[in-house]
Write a protein that binds this ligand. Structure first.
Ligand SMILES: O=C(O)CCC(=O)C(=O)O
Length: 315
């Protein structure tokens, strides 16, 4: 009889996503909601240059539009040392990103044995937040992302898609998650599409097709988390009237650093990561893990210094 040592990894490989319920306690949720609300308010007034503006799906985004009344659908870099909130709120985001429950799942998905030591293998990557689209114009109606894979252009041929997608037995070198602070069903995916080229129907579909065959809404309660293969066919459909504060992060594997360089560094993280303050994590294992993860990212930045990493997708 075979035993499945890692159901989350099995599900990720099979479906392209895996939901873990109730990762946060009620009090963690309350504290994070308060910090996230203050950050969102600051970002909506133009106090933070690193935002995703309504109307544009992929980076780079032009934050000056916020002062002209354009809404935002995301706030970038929650671990940034200059985030326009007080230190206590910044500490909430640090605690969340390095939360033991999240890192334990990430470690399983990245197939890192606990006794290999987290700090030698896991790499700090992105920590952003996706919010209810808001602004002074039509964007009150909401906003939608078109169907995409995060790191493979829509123009790719089936052969190009297959060459970039994970093959049976390939290890994950990074993992991406969404953790909503309010119930959230904005993410829509096509299960299984992370391991095959698009069908002709998918290729021919409208980029904003509302009913792609096999699609499912990822229904999350506040405090749940979904880890997903970011090359699964997916889109986001956002309701301008419904609260959304969904933390959106990723964790890398040190051995995949080259492959990940574009994805992480296109967001400019390399410019500030060495100034992050993780002292809220104390001096024990949690802190050592965080410092190790940061060190790997700094090394990644150094290796890519002066190299134009470009953008994965445009538009
Ligand atoms: O809003 C979401 O959950 C999905 C976001 C997304 O697809 C993206 O950032 O590429």
């Amino acid at each position: 009889m075979t035993t499945d040592a890692s159901p989350p990894l099995t599900r990720l490989r099979q479906d392209g996503f895996v939901i873990i319920r109730s990762v946060l306690t009620p009090s963690e949720l309350t504290a994070l909601r308060a910090a996230a609300a203050r950050l969102t308010t600051a970002a909506r007034t133009g106090a933070w240059p690193h935002v995703r503006t309504v109307g544009k799906q992929f980076p780079p985004w032009d934050a000056s539009l916020v002062k002209q009344g354009v809404g935002i659908w995301g706030v970038q870099h929650l671990l940034h040392p200059d985030l326009p909130v007080d230190a206590k709120d910044r500490e909430e985001f640090v605690r969340l990103y390095f939360h033991e429950k999240l890192l334990n799942v990430a470690r399983e998905l990245l197939e890192i044995e606990e006794d290999e030591g987290y700090d030698g293998k896991m790499t700090m990557e992105l920590c952003n937040m996706l919010v209810r689209p808001d602004g002074s114009g039509n964007d009150k109606k909401g906003f939608a992302l078109r169907w995409h894979r995060d790191d493979i252009p829509w123009s790719a041929t089936p052969e190009e898609e297959m060459a970039r997608l994970k093959k049976e037995g390939d290890k994950y070198v990074h993992t991406q998650w969404n953790l909503p602070l309010w119930d959230d069903d904005s993410l829509i995916v096509v299960p299984g599409s992370h391991k095959r080229a698009r069908t002709q129907v998918e290729r021919d579909a409208d980029p904003f097709e509302e009913n792609l065959e096999g699609q499912v809404k990822v229904e999350l309660n506040a405090g749940d988390v979904v880890f997903y293969d970011n090359n699964i066919l997916h889109r986001g459909v956002y309701d301008g009237e419904k609260e959304r504060m969904t933390l959106h992060g990723s964790v890398g594997h040190a051995e995949g650093s080259r492959e990940r360089a574009r994805n992480v560094l296109q967001h400019g993280v390399g410019e500030w990561v060495d100034r992050c303050d993780f002292s809220v994590l104390g001096e024990g294992k949690e802190r050592r893990t965080a410092e190790g993860m940061r060190r790997r990212l700094v090394e990644l930045g150094r290796e890519n210094q002066g190299r134009d990493v470009g953008y994965s997708l445009e538009g």
